[in-house]
Design a protein around this ligand. Sequence first.
Ligand code: FE
Length: 337
Amino acid sequence: MTATPVPGNLTTLKRMVADTPTRPPLGDIAHIGHAQLFTPCPEDTVAFFTGFLGLTVNGRDGDHTYLRTWDDYEHHSIVVTRRDEPGIGRTALRASSSEALERRIQAVRDAGLAGEWVEDEPGVGPLWVTTDPDGHELALYHETTWYEAPAELAPGLKNQPQAKPGHGVGVRRLDHINYLAADVAESTGFVIDTLGARPTEQIRLDGGRIAARWQTFTQKSYDLVYTEDWTGSRGRLHHLAFATDTREDILRAADLALDTGVFIETGPHKHAIQQTFFLYVYEPGGNRIELCNPLTRLVLAPEWPLITWTETERKKGQAWGLQTIESFHTHGTPPVG
Ligand code: FE
């Protein structure tokens, strides 16, 4: 899984989100399909995903292990890949049709970014691989194979792809990815202008700089988040998040983490921004993983206004008063320095 697209001139992408923007149609990108995580200890990381989170291994290929949640309709939603350092690899976004895929590829090319076709993952068709302006690898694809569970994993109901696991947290789906980026406005401008993501909430510092912005491709309130990287580094990960069915699942996950030696960074608590109920842990490779319960919060309004939080509001901490832990502003993967 390697690709070396060449970033072009990005100055046209560097702009704030206008009040009345002309944007690509919502829906060309259907949802986040899967994400690739790098880890120096793949055996331990895979054990965390299967034992603690309750994912299922659905194939291995050299340094790659493909994993799925019980509610994934596709082959996999996580690829664990051996690397010297932790971090985020490819994030694959599924287009809603082959026409939508072509439209989004053309939009990326028109913005001055190059890409290339690869066919290097099981269960999905060709992927068009590029990068966002910060260097995170993004892949667009449409063709996919629907998962059919083997007898031992067959669900009781026909409208569910796989039986729920009888162990671990039992997360339902890969929910969102939070990238670190040197320039949040630039990178979010790219996913908004070329991929049709909608920004729903953001943090604007007193000096005007955007410190974080949340985008959605769906009617969830966010799928892809960019947070300012305090080190100025590019292409890093803040966290990757899995959704649970209930808030109670998050509390139980915290107890399970205690019992199994999983490092808890912060939570359980509730974010003010997006109001997500959360728990943050580190997987053995060092990547931050969030367990989240966004309840039933949906963005239905087509003209949803971008909600801006100020620096003062952010300093108040989380929804019920928990102060944001220092490592939340400093820990990212791969580590710097
Ligand atoms: Fe999150």
